[in-house]
Design a protein around this ligand. Structure first.
Ligand SMILES: *[C@@H]1O[C@H](CO)[C@@H](O)[C@H](O)[C@H]1NC(C)=O
Length: 419
């Protein structure tokens, strides 16, 4: 073989090798298989509506989130309540049940305070060993874990589920907050870089409030930094196989068109959340209108240029669940939320499934199926949430037990519900 030809073939070989190296190879075939999953809500980040008893038992109405739980409650009691909750709310048998229900992913919310607590921050730590256990159990049962940073320093949205209920988020307005969050994502990425078969995705920030002014610009920079932190966790030019999942910050998908797309960017996916319960007009819809709205998401989701999953959604059609809008705050549906108008009574549509009529359960199944069908027109779905103390309409587990969620997610009774 002539030397030139040898050199040429070697160069082709090197460039093929390099292009193979630059392709991410995730621990799940996103894009060719559908994500079917459930969130493990209210476990490592408390949410008043998921476990109202933890909040009611404090006897203190000012305890409305995990921050105030640490701030106002007796420290020793708070610590033991949390530890008991972490030990019992989700256990190995939940992972077994989730896998047996034909799901392939869990999305696991965690707060920054599991990693570090700053001066004056009242959070109680101890969540990390549970995250490690969860990953171990997931691997045992063949489930993939999306680790989701649900609360950042200063709060990225002011929701109680960010750890701190605030009138306005403060994460974005303080560079120290952002730098602390970057450091946590680096830590998470290196923690799981060798386990991308079980933790194929890290989501660097849940639901940043892009509708508040001053959030989108620092968020965009944070998403660039997160790309580096998640995709290059080794401190070298070697890419990981870990996918970065970006929440859309409540912007339309067209806002993000072209953002971090291949070939220059690899291993990026978009997360959008779809609820039909958080406005007066949403809760005023009829059951049929809820189903039609679910089906119509197919056109708004279509044609996006990254892997796209609906990382939170629910068959709930009202905001009736106790504390859903915050501890001590009522529901729009029954008019007890400030400024809302009565649509109907919450009796029989939240709480225990034993109070649900059979026509309501049929609706829940149809609404669930309409959403599953619609979200599978893109890359899949992760329902919110696996269990709730007293809001069965939100619970995957209760849906399985009471028949509005099929024991295999492809076993549809209404495959033509979207026409
Ligand atoms: C910025 O946030 C840090 C905590 O992340 C806090 O210690 C500091 O006081 C904040 N600075 C301002 C100006 O609010």
């Amino acid at each position: 073989m002539r030397l030139e030809r040898y050199v040429y073939l070697t160069l082709v070989g090197v460039s093929l090798f390099r292009s193979v190296l630059s392709q991410v190879n995730p621990g799940f075939p996103y894009g060719s298989e559908k994500v079917r999953g459930v969130n493990l809500g209210g476990w490592l980040v408390l949410e008043p509506w998921i476990t109202p008893s933890i909040f009611d038992n404090t006897g203190n109405p000012d305890i409305v989130d995990e921050w105030t739980f640490g701030q106002y409650y007796d420290r020793a009691t708070a610590t033991s309540v949390l530890q008991n909750h972490w030990d019992t709310w989700i256990t190995e048998s939940d992972f077994a049940d989730i896998a047996a229900a034909g799901l392939n992913h869990v999305r696991l919310p965690i707060g920054y305070w599991a990693f570090e607590v700053g001066p004056g921050e009242p959070y109680i730590q101890g969540q990390l060993p549970y995250l490690q256990n969860a990953v171990q159990w997931a691997s045992q049962y063949g489930l993939k874990v999306i680790v989701d940073l649900h609360g950042a320093p200063g709060s990225q949205n002011g929701f109680d589920n960010s750890g701190q209920r605030l009138p306005y988020p403060t994460w974005q307005s303080n560079q120290t907050n952002i730098a602390r969050t970057d450091a946590i994502i680096k830590q998470l990425a290196s923690m799981f870089a060798g386990q991308d078969n079980v933790v194929p995705i890290i989501e660097p920030l849940n639901e940043p409030a892009g509708y508040d002014s001053g959030v989108l610009a620092p968020l965009t920079q944070y998403y660039y930094d997160s790309y580096g932190n998640v995709r290059y966790p080794y401190g070298t030019s070697a890419q990981s196989n870990t996918v970065v999942l970006l929440h859309d910050a409540f912007q339309s998908l067209s806002y993000w068109a072209g953002f971090q797309t291949p070939p220059n960017w690899q291993g990026v996916a978009m997360d959008t959340h779809i609820y039909q319960v958080f406005s007066d007009s949403d809760v005023a819809m009829s059951w049929q209108e809820h189903i039609d709205a679910a089906c119509s998401t197919q056109s708004t989701l279509a044609g996006f240029d990254l892997w796209l999953m609906v990382g939170e959604w629910s068959p709930a059609a009202t905001d009736c669940a106790t504390y859903l809008n915050g501890r001590g705050i009522g529901s729009r549906y029954d008019g007890s939320y400030p400024g809302s108008t009565y649509v109907g009574s919450c009796t029989g549509i939240t709480g225990s499934a034993s109070t649900f009529s059979s026509s309501y359960k049929t609706f829940l199944r149809q609404f669930w199926e309409a959403q599953v069908i619609s979200y599978e027109t893109v890359d899949g779905w992760i329902m919110w949430t696996w269990k709730a103390e007293n809001a069965d309409e939100w619970s995957y587990q209760a849906g399985l037990q009471n028949g509005w969620i099929p024991s295999s997610p492809t076993d549809l009774e209404y495959p033509n519900i979207c026409g």
